[in-house]
Write a protein that binds this ligand. Structure first.
Ligand code: 4AD
Length: 450
């Protein structure tokens, strides 16, 4: 008999009523009273499970089946009954069970709830828990929604290199690549894992107009926080003939569109996450879709924060970068909404950001969201060649190393802007999960690559 996926059955149980079906999946739970037993079966097609009913007097394999362990992979043939008065809409009355892969008492995920720390020690198994199921399903829906959004807006998805030869952020946080101990440079020059596809993205925007990247990004940053990973995914749109206001408009529209898609596509996952991780999750996501994001300049934000300096581990003053505690205070206490902070002091931002007329600040924007802090960093780019070269030299960078990037300003340079959205930070925001290690299937963080 051809296999039916559990999602199809749960979507419309009445369509399968009293039909003979075959389903395959993993045993989530099994409880038996001796006369009847119930298996919660999960096959990945839906967040929910299908209840399989084993009745001793109907099912010859009862005694063997009740010995099945949590985690076993089985196929069940049986008849679907509607159960309108029970907590689940239907159940499959088993006639035959085939074990594809057994499981035993050593299977580590026997309990209903485990700590995130315990689960992190087994990335190959933790995807079978409800929590990681919910997160990975939201992650997939969000990735799809991002591609759909940009496609609808006329952006081209481009693939910028993962192996890079320059430092896109100029922050010296690159992993060096080598072909093996003591070997010559494979590429004839030093090579690194990319920290950002922006510089290549800018070049592609100068030909395609509107592009975005969505790829892995690497930072050798020794940060041991809940929101920094050494390998993460970043979405980087870049637009020609656009300024900082256009950048914010795009970022806001993108976030709203992705949130609306996830609310539509993942109701069961979000309900679970709300129940166990973040009571405000749904209300917050729904609110964000409808309310405009706040906008404040860095200078005004510092003035708003300074009166609260006694509360902060690091008191803020003009010229210093905002710490997570400041970002969260702004978005969670002052605005209670996502907020764009713009026009940061030149000294704390990357070399490529456009200098403002005040000579002190640059056309930068960070988007801060409650619970996470910074989720997006972007800017209008410096398109004026002399100013860009001056900024590079002031930072000890050699413009020669960025000759191609500078060429873009020499031939047909134009006003342009873009941003980087940290995909894991977005997934944290969408799920209410507080640690970046729990939204990455295989987290790589300083000191750990399990
Ligand atoms: O602010 P960042 O460093 O900006 C860039 O890389 C620019 N080139 C983007 C651009 O304008 N095209 O990083 C952008 C975002 C941050 O806001 C954050 O969400 C995420 O990337 N991010 C990290 N996420 C996880 N772990 C890390 N170590 C991260 N570093 C940055």
């Amino acid at each position: 008999m051809k296999r039916t996926e559990i999602a199809a059955i749960l979507a419309e149980p009445a369509a399968y009523a009293e039909q003979k079906l075959a389903v395959c999946g993993w045993v989530r739970t099994l409880r038996s009273s001796g006369k009847v037993a119930f298996i919660a079966l999960h096959d990945g097609s839906s967040f929910g499970t299908l209840q399989v009913l084993l009745a001793r007097d109907e099912f010859a394999g009862f005694d063997d089946a009740v010995k099945l362990n949590v985690g076993a992979a089985i196929c069940v043939a049986g008849t679907l009954s509607l159960t309108p008065n029970a907590s689940q809409p239907c159940e499959l009355r088993a006639a035959e069970i085939t074990v594809e892969g057994g499981s035993d008492a050593e299977y580590p995920l026997q309990k209903k709830r485990h700590t995130p720390e315990f689960l992190r020690t087994m990335p190959h198994l933790r995807g079978r828990t409800n929590t990681l199921q919910a997160v990975f399903r939201v992650r997939a829906a969000a990735a799809q929604a991002i591609h759909s959004f940009f496609r609808e807006q006329g952006f081209f998805y481009v693939h910028t290199p993962i192996i890079s030869t320059g430092d896109a952020e100029g922050a010296g946080e690159q992993f060096r690549i080598s072909a093996g101990e003591g070997s010559a440079e494979f590429f004839g020059q030093p090579a690194y894992l990319t920290v950002s596809g922006q510089l290549e993205g800018e070049a592609l925007a100068m030909s395609l107009g509107k592009i975005y990247t969505f790829g892995p990004t690497f930072r050798a940053e020794d940060s041991h926080t809940a929101r920094h990973a050494a390998e993460f995914w970043m979405i980087e749109p870049e637009m020609a003939f656009a300024d900082l206001d256009d950048d914010m408009e795009l970022a806001e529209a993108m976030l709203k569109s992705v949130i609306a898609s996830v609310l539509r596509d993942c109701p069961a996952e979000l309900a679970f996450l709300r129940q166990y991780y973040d009571k405000e999750l749904l209300a917050r996501l729904e609110h964000v879709c409808s309310a405009p994001f706040a906008r404040v300049t860095y200078t005004a934000a510092v003035a708003l924060l300074e009166p609260h300096n006694a509360k902060f581990a690091y008191p803020i003053a003009w010229g210093q970068d905002l710490q997570t505690e400041h970002e969260r205070f702004l978005t969670e206490e002052i605005y209670c909404a996502p907020v764009f902070v713009t026009d940061y002091p030149e000294g704390i931002k990357a070399f490529y950001m456009r200098r403002n007329d005040d000579g002190k600040t640059v056309a930068a924007v960070d988007c801060l969201v409650p619970g996470v802090g910074e989720i997006i960093g972007g800017s209008q780019r410096e398109e004026r060649l002399p100013l860009l070269e001056e900024r590079m030299r002031a930072r000890g960078m050699d413009p020669q190393d960025y000759a191609r990037y500078l060429d873009l300003r020499r031939w047909g340079g134009c006003r342009h802007c873009g941003f980087g959205l940290g995909f894991e930070r977005l997934v944290m925001y969408l799920t209410g999960i507080a640690n970046i290690r729990d939204v990455l299937p295989y987290p790589r963080t300083a000191g750990s690559a399990v």
